[in-house]
Design a protein around this ligand. Structure first.
Ligand code: HSE
Length: 318
């Protein structure tokens, strides 16, 4: 980040449009570390206005549910970013068109946070520069862990970790055979509840188990999709949380027994199947259609390779 010109203000009329992908975190063994960006997007337009305060219009997912005042998570993320660079927050009009389901383990809160931060970066162009390290640090501060916000920001497969100087990431390009399939149920799951079910410590052998599988998973996703079933085994989080999402647990057990690399998506309750080719994806969709007891929406999603994008939509009024 370069120093901001604190005498500058963002002019009224400046407007940016942001697109942010859904994400699936953990991917089985990579708890709080691995994440994958998926081609399902929230879209946001932010325009600076003369009057202070903020208006928020929400279309699609979250319409009539999420706050439309300054307590809105996207507005708070924009405000957090302006405060971090020391530039006064202007009045804002937001229009959100959301497609990422809420409370299902597909990174909707991370996407809202990243939308705000990336919108702020676009609005601050020429006034304060934000580099990728700063974007990830701001997003992780708000989200609490980096595994959803890293792929939402940068796309592809991301390995995220906490270094002594803050969150860091490595982006990798996923093998073209990898064909993600997500099953989204009608019910929601709270990430806070899921995290409260985790023990403070785990047996050493379970830790070794997950180290081996998460190392293998990176190789499987980048180079050897035929290893995805072995590579998606986990002993660190899914069993502890299973009681809170019994149908997720049952369907994952059935999918895995039938040879499909199925895992809980993020903190759940959605299921992610990391299929190694499109034919396996169709077969997994059929299994769930045959055996689910409640409705599950199958989403055949490509991997997103770009991450969040921002562009100016009109010239400054001034
Ligand atoms: N790694 C996080 C968890 C992802 O599983 O709790 C959900 O935010």
């Amino acid at each position: 980040m370069s120093a901001a010109d604190v005498t500058s203000q963002v002019p009224a009329g400046r407007s940016v449009r942001v697109k942010v992908p859904a994400t699936s975190a953990n991917l089985g063994p990579g708890f709080d570390t691995l994440g994958l960006a998926l081609a399902l997007y929230d879209d946001l337009t932010v325009t600076v206005r003369e009057e202070p305060g903020a208006t928020v219009e929400v279309h699609g997912v979250g319409e009539g549910e999420v706050p439309t005042d300054e307590s809105n998570l996207v507005v708070r993320s924009i405000a957090h970013t302006f405060a971090a660079v020391g530039v006064p927050l202007p009045g804002l009009d937001l229009v959100a068109r959301n497609a990422i389901p809420h409370g299902r383990g597909l990174g909707s809160s991370g996407a809202a946070i990243v939308s705000g931060i990336v919108a702020a970066k676009g609005l601050l162009e020429g006034i304060a520069e934000l580099d990728s390290t700063m974007l990830l640090a701001l997003a992780t501060e708000l989200e609490g862990h980096p595994d959803n916000v890293a792929p939402a920001l940068f796309g592809g497969l991301t390995i995220a970790w906490m270094s002594q100087t803050g969150p860091a990431h490595k982006k990798l390009i996923v093998h073209r055979g990898v064909s993600p399939l997500v099953f989204v149920p009608e019910h929601v799951m709270s990430t806070a509840l899921a995290r409260s079910l985790q023990p403070d410590s785990v047996p050493h052998e379970d830790a070794v188990f997950n180290v081996s599988r998460s190392a293998l998973l990176v190789a499987a996703l980048v180079q050897s999709p035929e290893l995805l079933h072995a590579a998606t085994e986990d002993k660190l989080h899914q069993n502890y949380r299973a009681q809170a999402m019994p149908e997720t647990n049952r369907l994952i057990t059935e999918l895995r027994s039938a040879g499909f690399p199925a895992v809980v998506s993020g903190a759940g309750p959605s299921i992610l199947v990391l299929c190694s080719d499109p034919a396996q994806r169709l077969a997994a969709a059929q299994l769930v259609a045959d055996r689910a007891e409640t409705p599950w929406q199958p989403l055949m999603l490509a991997v997103d390779f770009l991450g969040a994008t921002v562009h100016r939509v009109e010239e400054d009024a001034a």
